[in-house]
Every structure is written in C-alpha cells, then in structure tokens.
Design a binder for this molecule. Structure first.
Ligand code: C2E
Ligand code: CA
Ligand code: CA
Ligand code: CA
Length: 275
C-alpha cells in the first residue's frame, strides 16, 4: 500500500483494500456468469392453508465454475443492480422461468399453478420491458395468466404514473403482479390503492415474531385486512413454524411460503410437488 505522507489522512486501510479487490473479482466473475451458464433457478412452493400447492417462486442461484460454491443472491444481486448486469440476468431468469412453466403447463394443462418471478426496479424501468416480456411469453408459448411478477416498493419510488401505465399493459397481456416485501418501504398505503396489482407479500420480518410480538401480530392482521379490502390476495413469506401458520390462518392469509412447507430447490426435486 502507498505510504501516507506526513499530513495526509490514511483512509485506505488493508482491510478496505481487500474488500475492494474481492468486489472487483466478484464483479468480473459475475459479468461472465451468463455466458458460462453458471446460473440456475430454484423453486419454492406456495401453498394454501391446507398445505395444497398453489404455485412457486423462482429464486436465482449462482454457482461460479471456478469454486463450485453457491453464492447467495443477497451477495450478488446488489452487485448486479449496481453494475446494470441485473438487466441481462433478469431476462435470463424470465426466459428460463417461462420455459419451465410452459413445460409444466404441457405436462398438466388443467393444473392451476402460478409461477412468481422477481423483477428488479432497474429492469422494470427499461423502456422496452413490457415488449420484451411479451416476446418471451410468445416465444416460450407460456400461458401468461399463470405468471406473476414480484416487484418491490422501490419500483414505484420514481414515477407512479409511469408504473401504473406499465401495470395496466401487463394486465392486458394477462400477467399479474405482486408487491414483494410489503411493509418494509414507506408510504405503502397511499400508493397501493392506486396500483393495479393482484397481490401483496408480507415481508418475513413481520411473520417472524407474529406469535410473540403483539405489535407484529397486529401489523400482520392489519396488512391482511387492508389487502383484502383493496381486493388483493395476501401472501406470507418466511413461514417457518406451525405457530406462525396458525396465526396467519386466523387472520385469513391466502397464500403461505416458507421452510415449514419446503425450501427452495432445484427443478427435479421440486417436481415431487407436482405429482
Ligand atoms: P425475496 O424475494 O424476499 O425471497 C425470499 C427469500 O427468503 C429467499 O431468499 C428464500 O430462499 C428465503 N426463504 C424462503 N423461505 C424462508 C423461510 O421460511 N425463512 C427464511 N428466513 N427465509 C426463507 P434467497 O433465495 O436467498 O433470495 C434473496 C433475495 O434475492 C430475494 O428475496 C430477492 O430479493 C432476491 N432474488 C432472488 N432471486 C432473484 C431474481 O431472480 N431476480 C431478482 N431481481 N432478485 C432475486
Ligand atoms: Ca420475492
Ligand atoms: Ca419477499
Ligand atoms: Ca423479504
């Protein structure tokens, strides 16, 4: 490292240097991950209060070929967002999910099954997003009414009018949308009633303490009641215990997702849910 002169402040210590280098390495690896085919999708079931399958959420996984060790999305999604790589990666996710969904729809045309896909704000705001989505729906032959896009509250921070227009276009194609991590952002109520969406997902941070915190339990109850009064379906994520499930059922939650039912898993393993 460069030695600091007499009156200079040494703001770049070896630990920071290491972090910066690690990040640069990760970024280089991430930029090659698509062409190296290092991504895959895991699927986690979503069920009703009887535990019957309603659908699944597709969750991205990255296994760099040099290490063979899975990197958590919590680690690489923020980096992909910063670098803009999230856009091409996001299209890979949509296309892969649609091909898989089409496969399942072919196997059992009568099965009602929704596949949820996470869409980053940056991708949603690409000017040709809806058009490219439509192309993917067309080329994969998937029934779009079984597709659900999970958006976070950051999507609507910018220009709510623009977002409302796009949501109407999606609705026209038949694609539904869900407000992910609901309750973690702000001004949720004021915009929610203006957005043409079908579903909200209560963030797992509220579900976690539902059985032990009167406060969180009241919040969850209120979110569900409010969601229903706006005509929205309500999903709870991160359901881990029977106790949490029982509270959610009491509050009339519609859809349940979490380790209590099953973890996210590769296609082959997930297909046990479809038989
Ligand atoms: P998310 O959308 O809130 O997804 C739910 C996360 O909770 C997933 O983490 C899932 O594995 C985890 N989870 C499921 N059941 C439980 C449970 O019972 N308890 C707890 N504690 N956690 C549970 P994962 O797969 O690590 O993904 C983390 C985040 O990365 C996601 O949060 C999402 O924001 C983002 N992400 C994942 N896949 C994609 C993608 O394809 N595109 C984009 N843009 N973001 C993605
Ligand atoms: Ca999600
Ligand atoms: Ca979520
Ligand atoms: Ca969450």
């Amino acid at each position: 490292a460069k030695s600091a002169g007499r009156n200079t402040v040494r703001f770049f210590n070896p630990e920071m240097q290491h972090k910066v280098e690690q990040r640069a390495k990760l970024e280089t690896a991430l930029s090659k991950a698509l062409e190296q085919k290092e991504f895959l999708l895991y699927y986690q079931p979503q069920v009703n209060h009887h535990g019957e399958l309603l659908g699944a959420e597709a969750l991205l996984r990255w296994v760099p070929s040099d290490t063979g060790l899975m990197v958590s999305p919590a680690e690489f999604i923020p980096l992909a967002e910063d670098t803009g790589l999230i856009v091409p990666i996001g299209y890979w996710v949509i296309e892969t999910a649609c091909r898989q969904l089409h496969d399942w729809q072919q196997q059992s045309p009568d099965r009602l099954f929704n596949l949820a896909v996470n869409i980053s704000a940056r991708q949603f705001h690409q000017h040709d997003f809806v058009q490219r989505l439509q192309e993917i729906v067309h080329s994969t032959g998937v029934n779009p009414s079984s597709l659900k896009l999970e958006l976070t509250e950051t999507v609507v921070l910018d220009d709510i009018g623009y977002v409302i227009d796009r949501l109407h276009e999606l609705r026209t194609i038949g694609i539904g949308t869900s407000m992910d991590d609901f309750g973690t952002g702000y001004s949720s109520l004021s915009y929610l009633k203006r957005l043409p969406m079908e579903q909200i997902k209560i963030d797992n941070s509220f579900v976690r303490d539902i059985a032990h915190s009167a406060h969180d339990s009241a919040i969850v109850r209120a979110i569900i009641a409010m969601g229903h009064s706006l005509g929205l379906q309500v999903v709870a994520e991160g359901v881990e215990t029977e106790e949490q499930r029982a509270y959610l059922e009491k509050y009339q939650c519609d859809v349940y997702q979490g380790y209590l039912f099953d973890k996210p898993m590769p296609v082959k393993e997930f297909e046990k849910w479809l038989n």
